[in-house]
Design a protein around this ligand. Structure first.
Ligand code: ADP
Ligand code: MG
Length: 376
């Protein structure tokens, strides 16, 4: 790679041509997660943060993972990346990324794949950057480590990357330190770092939560553009169902460490089955109000994950819940549509669901407006 121009380097990263022999083809899955379970030992007992999560991500696909705070989204991502603390954590299940069995890798092997295989963007851009290193060097670092390119080449490629993530006057900014940039610009730099090694999968965990609302949209657009341009699978994690609409192909809705519903994005918005998904939908911030005014948060609190209730984990907060829901946890079951699964005995829009709502109104569990009583 030593004679190639910076643009060639960038082209290689954007359009990797040399497919390593053993890896699955263009249409095969880039990521397979099977029965992933992660528990933390806590003073009060084991806390199961991720409980039997399975899903597959295809090449070029954008997957949203949505759920309230504490639902297990970050622990899922960190379990996949093998980025969890070393002690007091128990992970089981299977994670295969681009043909690599993630669970079998040692620390050195993990360092080799973080960057070229999979990269992650976190919520807080400042925390992800080194405060005493110029941004250009930080973007170039991965290229030097993983691709062994010369200093000059790496700088030129960093410049192209900074340009492609929308940093204005990148030839000047390349020598800035993180504190000289705004929050949105810092997150662009973090994205450039994540893209630098041409990852085969990008995981963005609440990448815009720390940013103000106009900047949020720009960063999400940038991620989406990069995802499409590079045909790069993306996992976009957010607490805001509104964020995944129009930006992902498929959505997983999580609650209490479980997948509650999974569907192609358009199917989910048109025909959501889970009352929890509906509750999230009702809580999407409306554009006419500032995004930080939570209009309708879901009443009640997520369950204690050390001693979760035995039935459906959402039952206490659910407008549809019946006796059965407290007794028995529904399995993930397929809907009529292909690729759509959910776990509920009284799904939204079904005859059973409508009867459950009517019964809950009769008993006074719901107000005449259909709002839950006795939960706040
Ligand atoms: P989300 O990203 O959806 O907001 P997380 O995945 O961070 O939620 O957390 C899921 C659950 O795991 C929460 O109950 C959280 O308190 C717990 N948890 C996360 N990290 C740890 C840890 N290091 N030790 C103990 N519990 C943890
Ligand atoms: Mg999180």
């Amino acid at each position: 790679m030593t004679d190639s121009s910076p643009d060639d380097v960038l082209d290689d990263l954007i359009n990797p041509t040399s497919m390593d022999g053993g890896s699955p083809g263009q249409d095969g899955p880039i990521l397979e997660v099977e029965n992933l379970t992660t528990a933390f030992a806590t003073p009060a007992g084991p806390l199961t943060a991720v409980d039997d999560v399975s899903f597959t991500l295809r090449r070029g696909q954008a997957l949203g993972i949505v759920g309230e705070s504490g639902s297990g989204k970050s622990v899922t991502a960190r379990s996949i990346m093998r980025l969890l603390p070393k002690s007091n954590v128990f992970t089981s299940g299977r994670v295969v990324m681009d043909g690599i069995d993630m669970m079998s890798l040692n620390d050195k092997q993990l360092r080799d794949i973080w960057g070229p295989e999979v990269a992650m963007v976190f919520q807080d851009p400042l925390g992800s950057l080194n405060p005493v290193m110029r941004i250009g060097q930080q973007v170039a670092e991965g290229l030097r480590v993983h691709h062994g390119v010369s200093k000059r080449e790496a700088r030129a490629t960093a410049l192209s990357l900074l340009q492609s993530v929308g940093i204005p006057s990148p030839e000047v900014r390349i020598d800035d330190y993180p504190h000289q940039l705004s929050g949105g610009m810092r997150q662009r730099v973090v994205i450039a770092i994540a893209l630098a090694c041409g990852p085969k999968l990008l995981i963005a965990d609440e990448p815009t939560t720390a940013l103000d609302v106009t900047v949020q949209a720009q960063i999400l657009d940038l991620l989406q553009d990069q995802q499409r341009e590079r045909f790069m699978p993306l996992i976009l994690i957010t607490h805001d169902l509104g964020v995944v609409a129009g930006r992902t192909d498929e959505v997983i809705v999580m609650y209490a460490g479980r997948i509650m519903e999974r569907a192609p994005t358009q199917v989910l918005f048109r025909d959501m089955k889970m009352p929890y998904t509906e509750a999230l939908f009702r809580s999407i911030p409306k554009v006419e109000y500032p995004s930080h005014t939570k209009l309708a948060i879901i009443p009640g609190r997520p369950p204690n994950m050390i001693e979760p209730p035995k039935g459906c984990k959402f039952a206490d907060r659910c407008r549809y819940a019946q006796e059965q829901c407290r007794e028995e946890e529904p399995e993930l079951t397929p809907a009529m549509d292909t690729d759509h699964v959910y776990r509920c005995f009284y799904p939204v829009g079904s005859a059973e669901g409508n009867e459950a709502l009517a019964r809950n109104m009769e008993t006074g569990r719901l107000t005449a407006d259909g709002e839950l009583t006795g939960v706040s």
